[in-house]
Design a protein around this ligand. Structure first.
Ligand code: FAD
Length: 394
C-alpha cells in the first residue's frame, strides 16, 4: 500500500492505541486497531492524568472529552471544587504530609472504565494477537496468531510493557528489566464505617507514603459502583519493598500475611486499612518491570512504538499514562503532515522516533523515584520532591 493511501495499523487498544485512533479518526486518517484480548482483562487500576490533560482535549471527540468524569473511580469527584488538585505523599511512620504536589486540572482515571468508554465508535478488531510483521517497499503487514493479517502503510506498536512489536524491532534488546522489589497490587472492599472514614481521610488522587523501614505503600480508590453504599466502594493498595527472602523473590505464599508482617511501625491511614483488608482477599503475583528505550530501525518508517511499548516505567511518579497520550498526539501530528504531503513517511517517523526515545528519559527518573521511596533518609532529594508530577524537561 502506498503512502498516497495512508492507512495506520495500531497494535494494542490501551490508552496509547485508543488515543491514537481517536486522533486519527478526528483527522480522517484511515486506521484499524487490533488487540489480542477478546474482553477486558481482570486487572484494573487508576492513572493520574496531569500534564497530558490538554492533549486529551485535542485527541478525543468533544462528547467523550466532556464525559471524562464517567471514567473516574469516583464519578462524583470534582477535584477542583474539592480543593484536591494534587497528589499526597506522607511519612508512613507518622502519617504526616511530606508534600502535596499540585497540578491544575489533574484527573484520576480508572483504566477499565477509560478503555471501555474510549473504545466506543472505533474500528477495533479483538482476538488478534500479533505474531509477526513483514514489510515491503510500499507497505507493511501485521500477521496474527489466528492466521489473519492486516496490511497498511505503518504499524504503531502500542502493545504495552511486554510489546511484541518492540521484540520484532529489537530482539533481545527489547527484554524488560525486573526491579528487585516485592510488589503487591490488589483491590478490596471495607465495612461501611471504614470505607467512609478512608474516603474522607485519603487524597482522592494519590495517597502514598515512604517509610523508614524501606517500604512504599499507597492507598487508592478504584470504583464506587453505588455512591450511596460505601460497602460497595472498591479501594486498592500498591505496596513495594526490596526483596530480601526467597519468598519475596517468588512473590508467592500467603501474600496478605506477608504484608501484615511488614506493617509494624506504620501510621494511619495505612496501618488500619491493612488490618481491615478482608482475610480472604486475593493478591495475585506481580512484578515491577521497566524498559529503557533504545533507538530502533523503523524499516523505512513502517514500524514504530508508543506508550509502554516504547518506554515502560513504574508508577512511582505517575507518568506512563501521560506519556502514552503524548506519544499518541505526536504520532497523529506526524500522520497529518504525511497526509498533507509536508513530509515523507520515513522523515515523519524518524522525527517521531527521536521524540519517543527522548521522552523515555522518564524511565530512569521514575526508577530513581521508585528507589527513593525505599530510601527514606534521602527521599527529600527525589524527583517528585524536586519536580512534582510535571513532565520531564519542562
Ligand atoms: C498500578 C499502576 C498505576 C499506574 N499509575 C499511573 C499514574 O498515576 N499516572 C500515569 O500516567 N500512569 C500510570 N500508570 C501507567 C499507565 O497505566 C500506563 O503507562 C498506560 O496505561 C500504558 O498504556 P499503553 O496503551 O501503552 O499500554 P497497555 O494499556 O498495556 O495496552 C496495551 C494493549 O496491547 C494489547 N497487546 C499486547 N500484546 C499484544 C499483541 N501481541 N497483539 C495484539 N495486542 C496486544 C494488550 O491486550 C493491551 O490492550 C500506572 C500503571 C500501573 C500498572
Amino acid at each position: 500500500m502506498s503512502d498516497k493511501g495512508l492507512h495506520v495499523i495500531i497494535v494494542g487498544a490501551g490508552l496509547a492505541g485508543l488515543a491514537t485512533a481517536h486522533g486519527l479518526k478526528t483527522n480522517n486518517i484511515s486506521h484499524v486497531i487490533v488487540d489480542r484480548e477478546s474482553g477486558p482483562r481482570d486487572r484494573n487500576w487508576g492513572v493520574t492524568i496531569s500534564w497530558a490533560h490538554p492533549l486529551m482535549k485535542k485527541l478525543l471527540p468533544d462528547d467523550l472529552y466532556a464525559n471524562l468524569q464517567s471514567c473516574q473511580p469516583d464519578i462524583s469527584m470534582d477535584t477542583k471544587a474539592a480543593g484536591k488538585e494534587c497528589i499526597l505523599i506522607r511519612d508512613g511512620a507518622s502519617g504526616e504530609t511530606k508534600i502535596e504536589a499540585h497540578f491544575p486540572g489533574v484527573r484520576r482515571m480508572q483504566i477499565q472504565k477509560t478503555k471501555k468508554a474510549w473504545a466506543v465508535g472505533l474500528n477495533i478488531k479483538y482476538g488478534k494477537k500479533l505474531s509477526n510483521i513483514t514489510t515491503t517497499d510500499d507497505g507493511v503487514t501485521a500477521h496474527f496468531e489466528d492466521g489473519t493479517e492486516e496490511s497498511g502503510s505503518v504499524i504503531i506498536g502500542a502493545d504495552g510493557g511486554t510489546s511484541s512489536v518492540r521484540k520484532w524491532l529489537l530482539g533481545d534488546l527489547a527484554t524488560s528489566e525486573v526491579l528487585p522489589y516485592a510488589f503487591m497490587n490488589f483491590p478490596f472492599t471495607l465495612k461501611t464505617e471504614q470505607a467512609l472514614w478512608l474516603d474522607k481521610i485519603m487524597n482522592p488522587n494519590v495517597d502514598v507514603a515512604t517509610h523508614p523501614k524501606s517500604m512504599y505503600l499507597g492507598l487508592f480508590l478504584l470504583d464506587k459502583p453505588d455512591l450511596s453504599r460505601p460497602e460497595t466502594w472498591i479501594f486498592y493498595i500498591l505496596v513495594t519493598w526490596p526483596i530480601k527472602t526467597e519468598e519475596d523473590k517468588e512473590n508467592s505464599g500467603d501474600r496478605l500475611k506477608r504484608l501484615r508482617d511488614h506493617m509494624d511501625g506504620w501510621a494511619d491511614p495505612y496501618k488500619s486499612v491493612v488490618e481491615w483488608v478482608p482475610h480472604d482477599v486475593e493478591i495475585k503475583p506481580d512484578w515491577l518491570r521497566i524498559w529503557h528505550p533504545k533507538p530502533w530501525d523503523n524499516h523505512g518508517g513502517r514500524v514504530t512504538l508508543a506508550g509502554d511499548a516504547a518506554h515502560s516505567m513504574t508508577f512511582h511518579r505517575g507518568q506512563g499514562g501521560n506519556l502514552a497520550i503524548k506519544d499518541a498526539d505526536e504520532f497523529v501530528t506526524a500522520m497529518i503532515d504525511v497526509r498533507d504531503g509536508k513530509t515523507t513517511l520515513k522523515e515523519a517517523m524518524d522525527k517521531y522516533d527521536v521524540g519517543v526515545v527522548e521522552r523515555g528519559q522518564e524511565v530512569e527518573i521514575s526508577k530513581k523515584q521508585a528507589l527513593a521511596f525505599h530510601d527514606y533518609a534521602n527521599f527529600d532529594n527525589s524527583p517528585v520532591m524536586k519536580m512534582g508530577i510535571k513532565a520531564a524537561g519542562t
